[in-house]
Design a protein. Structure first.
Length: 254
């Protein structure tokens, strides 16, 4: 009976000296945000006692390898075009950085840490996965142009030569209230030659209050851009002898 009791005491002593199973806590992810306008990624996290920040990753594929890194990333020797792999300072608890060329998509992000007080813990302990989205850029705005007398494109021109042959009628100091892919409207100064006694010896006069409307948009293959092909000019109301008229704007020339 005495021998059995002794054995039990020895077993208890051995069990008391065995170390507990090692475990470490990873960083705790707090905020993940991506500013679509500035293309700035902001990630914040907290660190448990004795844990240091080691790595921050982001990827569109949430798959992880055996070490907890994203499967498609620098840890596997394949640095894809849409992965973020950063090494923050050991004491860092935030990462704010601009990524203007990051492809659009749905991203997963996590932070890896190292517990310096635990010699038997894994090299990396990871936070949970956070997510952010990178929206595709808006489609480019299609511009429509008004051609000058030799067909060159102009966007919201300050002046238009209406009479291309001799320049005896022009619209000056134009201010555009609308310029869309379908219609442009503006007001300006009606500048004309009275051609008295003849046009080459005439005198120019100017009167504010002229209206111009550009419309009927087409793509000119010979020029490679969209342009208005009709121009409606309404003289100032103070010049009743001049009547409104419409002029074609050619794809080849004016």
């Amino acid at each position: 009976m005495k021998k059995v009791l002794c054995a039990a005491v020895v077993v208890a002593a051995v069990c008391a000296t065995l170390p507990a199973a090692s475990s470490a806590a990873g960083p705790v992810l707090q905020v993940v945000s991506f500013n679509q306008a500035t293309k700035v990624l902001t990630v914040t996290w907290s660190l448990p006692p004795s844990v240091e920040s080691s790595v921050l990753e982001a990827n569109t594929n949430p798959a992880l390898d055996s070490d907890g890194y994203f499967l498609f990333g620098a840890n596997d020797g394949y640095f894809g075009p849409n992965i973020i792999f950063e090494v923050p300072n050991a004491a860092a608890t935030s990462w704010v950085h601009s990524y203007p060329d990051l492809p659009s998509g749905h991203y997963y992000v996590h932070v890896g840490g190292f517990d310096s007080s635990c010699s038997s813990c894994p090299i990396r302990e990871w936070s949970t996965l956070g997510t952010f989205d990178v929206n595709p850029p808006p489609p480019p705005v299609k511009k429509v142009f008004a051609p000058d007398c030799v067909g060159r494109p102009h966007f919201k021109p300050r002046s238009i030569i209406v009479a291309c042959g001799d320049g005896n009628l022009q619209l000056l100091r134009l201010r555009w209230s609308q310029w869309s892919t379908r219609l442009a409207t503006g007001v300006g100064v009606y500048h004309w030659n009275d051609c008295i006694p003849q046009c080459y010896r005439g005198h120019f006069h100017s009167r504010a209050g002229a209206h111009v409307t550009l419309y009927r948009v087409t793509h000119c293959p010979s020029k490679g851009f969209l342009q208005f092909t009709r121009m409606r000019v309404t003289p100032p109301p103070s010049l009743p002898r001049f009547k409104p008229f419409t002029q074609k704007l050619s794809c080849n020339y004016r």
